[in-house]
Design a protein around this ligand. Structure first.
Ligand SMILES: Nc1nc2c(ncn2[C@@H]2O[C@H](COP(=O)(O)OP(=O)(O)O)[C@@H](O)[C@H]2O)c(=O)[nH]1
Ligand SMILES: [Mg+2]
Length: 226
């Protein structure tokens, strides 16, 4: 708890536990189960394909070094500015860390949740992801929040079948076809091969940002001027 509070304190605009209007731009929160591709997404957006060994590096950062410490701090904060300026928080999705997700959206006003699901995920884990996603969608603090569900297609992955865009089974398995109207209008899913994203300007990502802009600007929600 204190670890996260001190992290928030580092963020510009922190005042009395709530980052709101004076943080000046919308805050996004990337969530999803562990290994769905969240950190890869954040850094593909931030630095594009310039980080060539990202896959090997992500694996290495998960392993303890000689001192027994894990290099990846787990959570990350970056700012993006291609379409409109946003602050992006990315939090681990391990079982333990899922308990802490709420601390983020209780302490920070979150305008958009990017929920990442591995397209090659097992049935059991899809159910777990679905459960968490629907809890989030029904949280009071997130009642105006835009939800972008990103299905990580893993086109390059020889070990797993490629996610079939036409059948799009995760739309149903995640219950995205039967959302309450109060949630449906601010929710959309996108099928993206995260590892191939070439930075913020990538057209796959542009679709996510255009949808988020529409929802965040809507008078039904935050009514932001972006
Ligand atoms: N083959 C392949 N691997 C991916 C893709 N996206 C993520 N990964 C790998 O899957 C692992 C988990 O990704 P990571 O971003 O660390 O997941 P996180 O736990 O959700 O942050 C890493 O080794 C990534 O390099 C993808 O599109 N294709
Ligand atoms: Mg991660």
């Amino acid at each position: 708890m204190s670890m996260i509070k001190s992290l928030f304190a580092k963020c510009a605009g922190f005042s009395g536990g709530i980052i709101s209007g004076n943080s000046e731009f919308p805050q996004f929160l990337i969530l999803g189960l562990e290994r769905s591709g969240k950190t890869t997404l954040l850094y593909r957006l931030k630095i594009g394909s310039g980080w060539q060994d990202i896959k090997a590096d992500m694996e290495r950062m998960r392993q303890p070094n000689e001192d027994g410490k894990v290099e990846d701090p787990g959570y990350h904060y970056e700012e993006l500015s291609r379409f409109f300026s946003v602050g992006v928080w990315e939090v681990p999705g391990t079982e333990a860390m899922r308990h802490l997700w709420k601390l983020f959206y209780h302490s920070i006003k979150i305008h958009c949740v990017i929920f990442v699901v591995d397209g090659a995920e097992s049935e059991d884990r899809i159910d777990v992801a679905k459960r968490h996603l629907h809890v989030l969608m029904n949280e009071a603090e997130l009642r105006n929040t835009c939800f972008c569900v990103v299905i990580n297609q893993r086109l390059d992955d020889k070990l797993n079948p490629v996610y079939d865009e036409k059948e799009d089974v995760l739309k149903y398995k995640l219950g995205l076809h039967e959302l309450h109207p109060s949630i449906d209008w601010r929710t959309k899913h996108f099928i993206i091969n995260i590892l191939e994203l070439k930075g913020e300007s990538d057209k796959e990502w542009a679709q996510v940002m255009m949808f988020a802009k529409e929802i965040l600007s809507s008078g039904k929600g935050f009514g932001l001027k972006l």
